[in-house]
Ligand binder design. Structure first.
Ligand code: ZN
Length: 162
């Protein structure tokens, strides 16, 4: 069976940044299953998987436009340290991440620089602007159940649990 819309696909994968550093992998945990064609994974991965079948093993690069988007430098902002102190976070360190409510919904921000009085935060997705290198092995392709199609996502082997 080939991968097409309304199939449930199971893959093992490694994801690397342009320097070759592993940033995500299915190794050591359950492989990734999803309903194909519903945007459950980034568009570049769906494009690369289309028409593949069980046992196919391949590598591809996804450009930012088909992954987590381009960086938006207006999302990098300098805020006074008091903002964090008054939010109950007295010790701010580089690399810390927070979920903040904004007008556009919840957004993950990353602390990128800490100075005496000023903290620089970045509201871009950590993988925005980055080409992503994938190695994928297709482990399973099956037809989606009617229930999965209605829900727009795949269900595990234990069936419906939500
Ligand atoms: Zn469901």
């Amino acid at each position: 069976m080939r991968i097409e819309p309304n199939t449930v696909v199971t893959i093992a994968y490694n994801l690397r940044d342009p320097e070759g550093e592993l940033i995500d992998s299915s190794e050591g945990r359950a492989p990734l299953s999803f309903l194909f064609g519903k945007g459950q994974v980034i568009p570049g991965v769906e494009e690369a998987l289309q028409d593949k079948t069980v046992g196919d093993e391949f590598s591809f690069t996804v450009e930012p436009e088909k992954a987590y988007g381009l960086r938006d430098e207006s999302l990098v902002q300098v805020v006074p340290r008091e903002v964090f102190a008054s939010a109950g976070v007295p010790d701010v360190e580089e690399g810390m991440r927070f979920e903040v409510a904004t007008e556009a919904g919840d957004r993950l921000i990353t602390i990128v620089e800490v100075a005496d009085d000023e903290i620089t935060v970045d509201g871009n997705h950590p993988l925005a602007g980055m080409p992503l290198d994938f190695e994928v092995t297709v482990l399973d392709v099956r037809e989606a159940t009617l229930e999965e199609m209605m829900h727009g996502h795949s269900h595990g082997p234990e069936g419906h649990n939500h």
